[in-house]
Design a binder for this molecule. Structure first.
Ligand SMILES: [Zn+2]
Length: 307
């Protein structure tokens, strides 16, 4: 699922097709923040972790679809985005702290897609209409529509803040319900049944990052327990037919990809570096382009247990 990048004239925008089977090259290097000795600030870490967890879930969606041969009615990349979003928001129902974290992580992922789009436009690259991924700006609106549709009260101001027309916003609750129903259908038909033994272990391996920023971000990911938590939730709900592993390591490119022949989901340290660079556009880039910071879910909002 690795995006090929041999067509150089498409490269500028293709490189910005972050998130997914994704590649984010050093396209934002000009705006790259310099790693400071005092370490990364909390908003930067939150931004990277949000994007990274969404990528992890998106890739695991490819694992589930491929390994269990789940029927997909439409582009798999869009299905992986929707599965990642619904899995993230459904995993923490009834857990106010977790639910708020999940919403904010999905917001961060949406913001990452918007920033990638803005950065690609700033570079003047050709748009990758040919890609099997929707354009990043479309992915941004699809994810924010799901966030709003899932919790219209908490995100009442979101559509206006991001310039989403009422014609789309009015249908977001229905879009969310359809995505949520599909997620439940997946679990009902392909999920682990009550009393059924758990499937094979999911291995988790960490190599040593080569940059200070990636090293600090890896520590944050490990402190968060992200990979372990997501793998445990996956094993709780799904029985994969064979053992797989999650591998965090250097790859030479900022990418995350499911490699079925090796049974490895590879999450590259270069992706952490690229997301760190992208975070430098949160103030300068997005606001210069007439954008805005996405509102964080207010503390306590949307925390009520939902079905
Ligand atoms: Zn993908």
């Amino acid at each position: 699922m690795t995006m090929r990048r041999s067509m150089s004239r498409f490269a500028a925008h293709a490189r910005m097709t972050i998130l997914g089977c994704l590649v984010l090259q050093s396209a934002v290097a000009a705006d790259a923040p310099v790693y400071r000795a005092q370490g990364l600030d909390t908003p930067t870490i939150d931004f990277v972790l949000g994007n990274f967890e969404f990528v992890l879930l998106h890739e695991l969606a490819h694992v589930v679809i491929g390994e269990l041969k789940v029927p997909v009615l439409g582009p798999e990349e869009d299905a992986a985005d929707f599965l990642a979003a619904t899995a993230l928001l459904n995993a923490t129902r009834g857990d106010p702290v977790g639910y708020q974290r999940a919403n904010n992580r999905l917001l961060a992922a949406a913001e990452g897609l918007k920033l990638s789009w803005v950065a690609g436009n700033a570079r003047g690259g050709d748009l990758p209409y040919w890609s099997n991924h929707s354009l990043n700006i479309q992915r941004f609106y699809s994810i924010t529509c799901l966030l709003y549709g899932n919790d219209p009260e908490a995100f009442a101001g979101l559509p206006a803040a991001i310039g989403m027309p009422a014609g789309r916003a009015d249908g977001c609750a229905a879009e969310w319900q359809k995505a949520d129903r599909s997620f439940r259908w997946l679990l009902d038909n392909f999920g682990r049944k009550a009393g059924e033994a758990a499937g094979p272990e999911i291995g988790i391996f960490y190599a040593e990052p080569e940059t200070l920023a990636a090293a600090e971000l890896l520590r944050a990911i490990q402190k968060d327990g992200m990979l372990e938590r997501v793998a445990a939730a996956m094993r709780e709900r799904i029985i994969l037919p064979r053992q797989i592993s999650l591998q965090m390591r250097s790859c030479g490119r900022p990418e995350a990809a499911w490699q079925p022949e090796r049974r490895e989901l590879v999450l590259c340290f270069e992706l952490l570096d690229a997301l760190y660079q992208l975070s430098g556009r949160r103030d300068a880039g997005l606001n210069r382009s007439g954008g805005m910071h996405l509102p964080q879910l207010p503390a306590g909002a949307g925390a009520r247990p939902r079905g």
